[in-house]
Design a protein. Structure first.
Length: 398
């Protein structure tokens, strides 16, 4: 069984295909999102700050910012990707600088606690048999004056989560487990997230029961990943940062089109087909609405004039006026009473039919007994199907 990390598990949850391409197929990409690059630079700078403080050296703010700038310049590479057109590399660099400044003003001279280690690697197992192995890095582990411990995590994201989110966060809770596996006598651990862009810390803790639940959930997730045979793409806002659009059936066409000049773009066969389809669909919608209106007018005319047949120049219509018996549909309120009455009378089999759509769903979910599913599947067959859904491009996709 491979060693898992929190980010590996998160990638699987975000998109199974991305997980497969990255962790199973090990397809390397040299691109790096600017947000991740910025995060790395800020982490390195704060690491320097605490590593110096451990040696009793309190680094000055100008010196720390200069370290940040030099590290930024040295580490910048051509494959750093900036997706927002209106924001430059300099904007991001300045943003990181501001985060360090505010953090410095709040925490200098960095002696509120004792740093045990920065960028501390943790390897630990979720279970006693060491089958489910995990790894991770703690940004900083510290001990406070009252004998408690703190696991610190620096966040450079532009989103400040709510308390409830951090109370359910998996990453630092797993690190708590890792720390307690290494030092079983440590009982009092706080999890601290430093949201640097907001000059805001969020603090949480986990009980033994919460850690036991987390262990069970994580073990289950690893079992799911290990037994997965299919890794479908799962589109979400994470696609904007995905490094595999060229290998993803859900994004490849978008990726190909983006790189074409406008004159070639409009001639690309896929673009031509979609444009034509959208045009026809719009016309069909308008025609459908118009047909309904004309049909209503024909019925109205026939009723008014007392006729059941009418003619045009090359065609004619027949209008049939009728009354028919109708019972409530599945979603109507009175349906339950009707069903009960028929069941009570023992006549259900005379009027009911197998709901094959429900059967397909149940077989797919695997909620029935295996033997029964095998029996049912003797009558089922796999047919290739396809559907085409047309929708408007979202903002940023056009
Ligand atoms: S582009 Fe989106 S759907 Fe495709 S692999 Fe990446 S994250 Fe998954």
């Amino acid at each position: 069984m491979p060693i898992y990390s929190h980010s590996q598990l998160s990638v699987y949850e975000q998109c199974p295909l991305k997980y497969k391409l990255h962790y199973r197929d090990k397809i390397e990409r040299d691109t790096e999102g600017v947000e991740a690059f910025l995060g790395n630079m800020v982490h390195e700078t704060l690491r320097k700050c605490y590593d110096d403080a451990r040696l009793t050296r309190v680094i000055s703010l100008p010196e720390l910012l200069s370290f940040y700038d030099i590290t930024w310049q040295k580490s910048w590479h051509d494959a750093v990707v900036i997706t927002r057109e209106d924001v430059t590399r300099e904007h991001y660099q300045a943003l990181g600088k501001r985060m360090i400044e505010t953090y410095y003003h709040r925490y200098a001279p960095f002696n509120a606690d004792i740093t045990i280690q920065t960028e501390m690697r943790l390897n630990f197992a979720l279970d006693k048999g060491s089958r489910y192995k995990m790894t991770g890095f703690i940004d900083r582990l510290s001990r406070t004056g009252d004998g408690g411990y703190q696991i610190h995590d620096y966040k450079t994201s532009a989103h400040l989560p709510g308390q409830e989110n951090v109370d359910h966060d998996r990453q630092l809770a797993l690190y708590q487990l890792g720390v307690q596996r290494r030092w079983p006598d440590i009982k009092d651990i706080k999890l601290v997230w430093h949201y640097l862009a907001f000059d805001r810390d969020l603090v949480s803790s986990r009980s033994d029961e919460a850690i036991a639940r987390l262990t069970a959930d994580t073990t289950r997730l690893i079992d799911e990943i290990e037994s997965a045979l299919e890794f479908p793409p799962k589109e979400s806002s994470y696609c904007d940062w995905c490094e595999y659009p060229d290998l993803c059936p859900a994004r490849r066409h978008f990726h190909v089109i983006e790189s074409l000049p406008p004159n070639e773009y409009l001639k690309e066969p896929g673009v031509v087909l979609i444009n034509r389809y959208a045009e026809l669909k719009e016309q069909a919608g308008t025609i459908g609405e118009e047909m309904d209106k004309v049909k209503e007018a024909i019925v109205e005319y026939a009723r008014r004039e007392g006729v059941t047949a009418m003619r045009g120049t090359g065609s004619k219509v027949r209008v049939k006026f009728d009354s028919r018996l109708r019972f409530p549909g599945k979603s109507e309120a009175e349906r339950g009473g009707l069903d009960d009455a028929i069941v009570r009378a023992g006549k259900w089999m005379e009027v009911s039919q197998l709901d094959t759509a429900a059967l397909t769903r149940i077989v797919g979910e695997g909620s029935w007994d295996r033997k029964l599913v095998e029996e049912v599947m003797k009558y089922g067959r796999i047919e290739d199907t396809s559907s085409v859904y047309l929708s408007k491009l979202k903002e940023g996709e056009d």
